[in-house]
Design a protein around this ligand. Structure first.
Ligand code: TYM
Length: 348
């Protein structure tokens, strides 16, 4: 064999398909989370593959959380899962902190991931701001815990919004390095990010170039899952636009960030493509489009928010769903962490 001969490809992962995702328990959910994540989870729940959806309360504490508030925020995310249509008989819904193996695997992965990989993470740079020396160490190693969340269940598909793409790449790097370093080819899968649909990056209603986010100081920049019908309609009426009518082609649309965002939101809510939306509204002014979008947003979101409110009146029932999910999640996670500990040479 010469130096030029490529090494034989490592055997690929041959385990079953598994879908997994999570949302942080760190504050109110918005339309970006709904369209980029929640709605997608519901669409994937009937695909025949097991699906795990958790509340990322361990990630939430990478920035300060009042303990009592963390408890309510965890329930709110769980209520949003249920209200959006996740069915606990089909989907394993659980709190991350209830399955100890997340923390155990994260430590092992802290020793697999390289500092250079984490140094490149743009979300840490955004979240830590100017004073990164004051950020928690947890915020820095956040993507390593995310890799543990995913690989603990040997998930093969991870539905997320576009902002999570880099974290998914790091997860694949961790999986590959673990498999190589410990000589266990194909032990962990290299999970695929599932970033699909018209709303993988919902933008602010005040600035078509900024992501819709819970940290934006302007509440008018986002539609919260807790907003009532009047507030939703008012926010859409006030959304920033330009004076021209809606374009008739995707190329023209791509050059107009605010119009592009509103069309994408409409498409995602209606279950249409952006082409179909501009085929219907192209050439019309925002005077016609915004009321149609407001009606659609209200009629799609109102049942979800109403159901969320109803569920939150019965916190014991939400906790029961979470406890049951935690038990089922642990049944999958525990044998994996036991095997990992043996592979690493730990006491097990
Ligand atoms: P989080 O809680 O910030 O966001 C939850 C999900 O919502 C998506 N999202 C958006 N999608 C479209 N447009 C937007 N403006 C928008 N804002 C947020 C996010 O992409 C995400 O899918 N690190 C994750 C939580 C996590 C996780 C995991 C996800 C922890 N461990 C393992 C998948 C697998 C996060 O912070 O999401």
């Amino acid at each position: 064999m010469t130096d030029q001969t490529p090494a034989p490809a490592a055997p690929a992962y041959t385990g079953p398909r598994r879908i997994l995702s999570g949302i942080q328990a760190s504050g109110a959910l918005h339309l970006g989370n709904y369209l980029g994540a929640l709605k997608r989870f519901v669409e994937l729940q009937d695909q025949g593959a097991p699906i795990f959806v958790f509340v990322a309360d361990m990630h939430a504490i990478t920035v300060w959380q009042e303990p009592a508030k963390l408890v309510t925020q965890r329930r709110e995310i769980a209520a949003a899962y249920l209200a959006s249509g996740l069915d606990p008989r089909k989907t394993i819904i659980f709190p991350q902190s209830a399955v100890r193996a997340h923390a155990e695997l994260a430590w092992i992965f802290n020793c697999v991931a390289r500092l250079g990989w984490l140094d490149r993470m743009t979300q840490f740079k955004e979240k830590s701001g100017k004073h990164k020396e004051r950020a928690s160490v947890g915020l820095y190693t956040y993507p390593v815990l995310q890799a543990a969340d995913i690989l603990l269940y040997k998930a093969t598909e991870v539905p997320v919004g576009e902002d999570q793409k880099q974290h998914l790449e790091l997860t694949r790097d961790v999986a590959q390095k673990f498999n190589n370093d410990f000589g266990v080819p194909g032990f962990f899968p290299l999970p695929d990010p599932v970033i699909q649909g018209p709303a993988t990056r919902v933008m602010s209603l005040r600035d078509g170039l900024a992501k819709m986010s819970k940290s934006d100081p302007s509440d008018n920049s986002r539609i919260n899952l807790t907003d009532d019908a009047d507030t939703i309609a008012a926010k859409i009426r006030k959304a920033k636009t330009d004076p021209a009518p809606l374009p008739e082609t995707l190329d023209e649309l791509n050059a107009r960030p605010e119009a592009k965002n509103l069309v994408a939101i409409y498409a995602a809510l209606a279950g249409l493509t952006r082409e179909q939306v501009i085929a219907e509204f192209g050439g019309q002014g925002f005077g016609a489009f915004k009321p149609a979008l407001a009606d659609l947003a209200v009629s799609s979101m109102a049942p979800v928010t109403a159901e969320m409110r109803r569920l939150l009146n019965d916190p014991a029932e939400i906790d029961r769903v979470l406890a049951d999910g935690a038990q089922r999640a642990a049944e999958v996670a525990d044998p994996v962490i036991e095997e990992v500990k043996k592979i690493v040479g730990f006491w097990s």
